[in-house]
Design a protein around this ligand. Structure first.
Ligand SMILES: C[S@@+](CC[C@H](N)C(=O)[O-])C[C@H]1O[C@@H](n2cnc3c(N)ncnc32)[C@H](O)[C@@H]1O
Length: 563
């Protein structure tokens, strides 16, 4: 979404993010049980729900929109500057770069010095009752963990901090108490340890396998690995028929088929125990931490009923828990973009700009024609999808190793690739970058250069806020105060109007905006501004390019003539 920003692949992303209509089958596949018992104290009962001072809930509800899935709509007229939603994060992570300077709970950033209260202090508190004062540490205490480290026990790499005891207590409580917090910190520690070990290994061996941040980067997955994965898949797994049929049309393949094919590839990888020696960049390491946090938190929250979007009192219309912000306790309802990303790439593969005669400059996104061909393995591995897939597989490999290490000392069930993917592709598509200084209304405008003045200090998923669709002329702006994200109207909005944020900068020409959204968020933007500007763009070509005009008509939802 806005900052959904930081979700570009494979390099550390510029700006943004993505969701499918809710699928009941997905819920079952998501009943993640990591072995941590649900904490009944965390259930928010209906009686605990509070209303705004004026007795109103947030003035929004969710409706289905043709071509865009679900979206937020105004349930009454909204004045400019009104807060339409305040959301609390369900899962979050602070980037390693800022880990000692940003409070793990309130996201307060102190660039000048590290905060004194360490996440690990909490971890060791229960297991080592004796704590010694540390006069050199601003009055904070030094745990036996640190003493143990000097005594030669396994070194700890996770350096998360809190700005105050209050924040520490809130975080421990939110994670389900001391024992679960210890498990959570131990898991993060293992992730950091694994990542460092991998870095050392790579530096000693072949530094060239590093995931590059540049545009024409090395594939995140090595060609030889890709060949063994995609080779057998492409040749042998005919049930889906991907890549083999010269008449292949990506639109003829259902989500279910694509999903089966993806499942198959993941099964092959895990069954072959293929080792992904891909060095993850810091962005992907952040995402692994976010997924770990999501899996841990997910495992300790009760399975709540899925909201009925036709119900005017559905979950996002309420405000409850955690002060005065809306909080939804589950991830199931969030849209995954796993199959969408594959479909988008297939489209990219099988479409091409029309021939040069009179229409060379028509943007490819609005004038597709099919070119039947079969991509080579190298093309697959080098493709945006191949790279994204490689990064996902390497992320899973890293998390799985860390998970196993943690399971030796903490109660964790085995992690499966389905559980990982269910969280990974939801969080990756829907999380917001946490920018510092925080965006504040009304100055936050996402003009070019805005983000250059800010640091992306981490990522967070706000499940109540994932229903905002994108518009290149948004009527909602974001503002962050601590960990709370507020959504504020930037103009008067009429009852029943859809509410939009922008998933990044909206100042570029229409073709650039649309290809960026397509490339990184896997959708063809169907916002009013794009439709209007595309129609204008296309009318200039209309006489020369019938396919372009037809594509624009398709975009506008008009009946289509054959192209
Ligand atoms: C963060 S989600 C928004 C909620 C989503 N519509 C749902 O049903 O859950 C982003 C996804 O919504 C859809 N979407 C958002 N804005 C869109 C737009 N302007 N045009 C077309 N699809 C859009 C895309 O499928 C995108 O991946």
């Amino acid at each position: 979404m806005d900052t959904l920003n930081k979700h570009l692949e494979p390099q550390r992303p510029p700006k943004q993010q993505s969701l499918l209509p809710f699928d009941q089958a997905m819920v079952s596949s998501l009943k993640i049980n990591t072995g941590i018992e649900p904490d009944s104290k965390r259930v928010t009962s209906a009686s605990e729900m509070t209303k705004h001072e004026d007795g109103q809930y947030f003035p929004i509800n969710i409706r289905q929109v043709p071509g865009r899935g679900r979206g937020f709509f105004a349930t009454r007229n909204i004045a400019q500057g009104e807060t339409v939603l305040k959301a609390a994060p369900l899962a979050w992570t602070i980037s390693e770069e800022w880990i000692k300077n940003v409070c793990l709970w309130c996201f307060e950033c102190n660039y000048r010095r590290s905060y004194p209260i360490k996440a690990r202090d909490v971890l060791m508190e229960a297991t080592n009752s004796a704590r010694v004062p540390d006069s050199a540490n601003g009055g904070a205490t030094q745990s036996n963990c640190q003493k143990g480290k000097r005594a030669g026990t396994q070194s700890a790499h996770y350096r998360g901090v809190f700005c105050s005891e209050d924040c520490r207590h809130r975080a421990v409580h939110a994670h389900g108490g001391q024992a679960k917090w210890e498990c959570f910190v131990a898991l993060f520690d293992s992730i950091y340890n694994e990542a460092r070990a991998q870095k050392r290994h790579q530096n000693n061996a072949r530094p060239t396998t590093k995931t590059s941040k540049s545009e024409n980067s090395q594939p995140a997955i090595e060609i030889s690995t890709a060949a063994s994965v995609f080779g057998s898949t492409a040749e042998e797994q005919l049930s889906v028929g991907l890549f083999l049929d010269s008449e292949f049309d990506p639109d003829d393949i259902s989500d279910e088929q694509l999903g089966r094919w993806i499942d198959m590839v993941w099964d092959m990888i895990t069954e072959s125990q293929m080792r992904f020696d891909v060095l993850l960049d810091s962005y992907h390491q952040d995402i692994v931490c976010l997924v770990a946090n999501g899996l841990c938190l997910r495992s300790m929250t009760p399975i709540l009923p899925v909201p009925d979007i036709e119900d005017p009192d559905c979950v996002v219309s309420r405000k409850f828990g955690d002060g005065d912000v809306a909080r939804e306790e589950f991830l199931e309802n969030i849209k995954t973009n796993e199959t969408e990303s594959l479909r988008a790439w297939l489209h990219h593969l099988y479409t091409e700009s029309p021939p040069a005669s009179g229409s060379a400059s028509v943007p490819a996104t609005i004038a597709p024609i099919r070119i039947p061909w079969k991509p080579t393995l190298s093309q697959i591995a080098h493709s945006r999808w191949g790279q994204a897939f490689g990064a996902a597989a390497a992320s899973y490999a890293l998390l799985e190793r860390a998970w196993k290490t943690t399971a030796r000392t903490h109660q964790l069930n085995e992690l499966t690739h389905s559980q990982f993917r269910a969280v990974y592709y939801r969080e990756k598509a829907n999380s917001f970058g946490i920018w510092d200084p925080p965006p504040t209304y009304p100055t936050w405008s996402l003009q070019p250069g805005d983000n250059q003045e800010r640091e992306c200090i981490g990522f967070a998923i706000y499940p109540t806020a994932v229903y905002f669709n994108h518009s290149c002329a948004p009527n909602i702006s974001k503002a962050r105060s601590g960990r709370t994200m507020s959504f504020v109207s930037n103009r008067a909005i009429c009852r029943d109007e859809e509410l939009f944020i922008s998933y990044g900068s909206v100042t570029e020409p229409v073709s650039e905006r649309r290809s960026r959204l397509s490339e990184y968020f896997f959708f063809d933007c169907a916002c009013d501004r794009c439709i209007e500007e595309t129609a204008i763009t296309v009318s200039a070509y209309a006489s020369a390019s019938a396919p372009a005009a037809a594509a624009a008509a398709k975009l506008r939802g008009e009946p289509q003539a054959d192209v």
